[in-house]
Design a protein around this ligand. Structure first.
Ligand code: ZN
Length: 102
C-alpha cells in the first residue's frame, strides 16, 4: 500500500514525464494537476532566465551551510542551478580562456 506522500510523488513524476515527453515531441502539453504544472512552469521560467542571461553567469551559493544538494543563483539573471551545472559552466569558461591549470 502506497502512502499518500508516495502517491503524490508518483503523480508529480508521472505527469511531469508526460509534460517533458510532449515538449520533446513538439506536441501540445497535456492537462495535468496543479502541483506538477506549477513545478513545470517554475522549471521553464528558470530555463528562460538561464538561457536569456547576458552573462557570464555569476553564481552565488544560496545556502552556504549546505554541503550536499547545494543550489546556486546567478546574480545577473536570477537563474537557479545545481552544483554540477555550476562546475561544468565554470570549467567551460576556464577552458575557453585557456586558464585551466594555469
Ligand atoms: Zn545568469
Amino acid at each position: 500500500m502506497l502512502s499518500d506522500a508516495s502517491k503524490k510523488l508518483a503523480l508529480i513524476l508521472g505527469e511531469g514525464a508526460a509534460l517533458a515527453t510532449a515538449k520533446l515531441e513538439g506536441k501540445p502539453l497535456p492537462e495535468v494537476s496543479p502541483e506538477p504544472k506549477a513545478i513545470w512552469d517554475g522549471v521553464q521560467e528558470n530555463h528562460a532566465r538561464i538561457d536569456g542571461c547576458a552573462g557570464p553567469h555569476a553564481f552565488e551559493k544560496i545556502d552556504p551551510a549546505r554541503v550536499i544538494g547545494s543550489k546556486w543563483r546567478c546574480t545577473l539573471c536570477g537563474g537557479l542551478v545545481d552544483g554540477a551545472y555550476k562546475v561544468a559552466y565554470e570549467q567551460g569558461r576556464e577552458h575557453e580562456r585557456g586558464t585551466r591549470g594555469a
